[in-house]
Design a protein around this ligand. Sequence first.
Ligand code: MN
Length: 504
Amino acid sequence: MSASSAPVIKSNFEQSFLDLRGKVERRFGKEASLVISQAWEFAKLAHHGQLRKSGEEYISHPLATSQLLYDWGLDPTTIVAGLLHDVIEDGGATTSDLEENFGPEVASLVDGVSVVSNIRLLGSREAVFVESLRKMILTMAHDLRVVFVKFADRIHNMRTIGALPREKQLKIARETLEVFAPLAERLGMGQVKGVMEDLCFKTLHPKEYKELKYLVLEMSGRADKNISKMSRKIQADLKHEKIESHVSGRRKNTYSLWKKLKREEIGGDVTKIHDIVAIRIIVNTVVECYAALGVVHKNYKPVPYLGISDFIAQPKPNGYQSIHTKVFGEGGKIVEVQIRTQTMHEEAEMGAAAHWAYSEAKHKGASDKDLESGKIKVGDSKLAWVSQLVTWQKQLTDSKEFLNAVKFDALSHKNYVFSPKGDVYELPEGATPIDFAFSVHTQLGHYIKAAMVNGKIVPLNTRLISGDVVSIIKSKKPEAPNKNWLDFVVTNQAKKGIRRMLSA
Ligand code: MN
């Protein structure tokens, strides 16, 4: 199939495409706009006569997908792959058609997306699921852009999910919430994760979604006057200090509010949640972040105990950086203020995608073997998690073990705990000081005598929570682990380490 010799097909979405092409040309130049035109014609031909379940022309879907990819700041190749992402799956084209027309990079990207799309993540037999997941992780490690295209594809599918039968809606929403949203979070793509979660929440719990959406609007309306008064005051003070800033309000996404309301200590009481509306200050440099913190605290006192989190000095393991401070705002109401630089802001919203754009995460031609052995890392340290997953999927031959590693170590709720020096460690829910020791270093696991949490000696099966400062009191000589430890440790690393030591 060749696009150049084919008749030109007209679509109702011609104008939307021209808008996108104009933007691509302004950002990337003439050559990129030519390729994207060629991809548009190719995709229209491949999907000719096909309709979405909503009755719209099929081409509306790849177009929306590539628009998202453009908005996320990705390169022309990814945008082109967005337009073409369903031509193999649904349009009858082959990989060699793509290679002929668009070169090997686009072809392998689209191929990767098709692989991932064929993966039935939920509801399949476990063995099949595990094999699929392995395949997905490897595909992703070869070229992270596959995942970005998949995210955009999924978001547009979620936005148009209303036309599908209810049962299918639930299945897709659950898969998105359990696999893709946590994956986006792990890749530091906060914005994408938030959008996915709210779309899933709306589908899975329409009634609660509506109620909370209304509540957030009402609360931000009421809070608005105070928030804008505070924002103006902060901005004026920053100007006085000659700090250029952008101050705005941000609303919590509906799903994370719902989850927070369900926490035990909150017990459904909205008045206990202080960050439904927060003030966000964006400045140019790190030094200005701390200066801005001073300016905020001069007018608004920090709330004792809730106080300040400095994720600039101690970034979250997914790379998130910002200073958060909870202060007594106008009228004594507690308000959260978030301070960050423009670069931190982009990384918090777009994470790996922002990073991908300027890092060497692209290792063309790396073999599966090189990736699995960890010889070739997937991008820089911010993408360490992807590298780790790839090595694991090779090492963990038992499918149960692998599934647990992926599900519980990587995709479950995380605790952030600190070493006495202030290094951050990320541990799954229920992790104990022993899990901590093994995640610091396998060697440390051999010298566990006792553990201290927040300065107090605690039993080794204590469940750690976010914010705990954990230190291991070391024995003089290597100690054999207690077999009982296996009953309460939760990380794979600890389990493997203990088993290895017991069998030694
Ligand atoms: Mn699609």
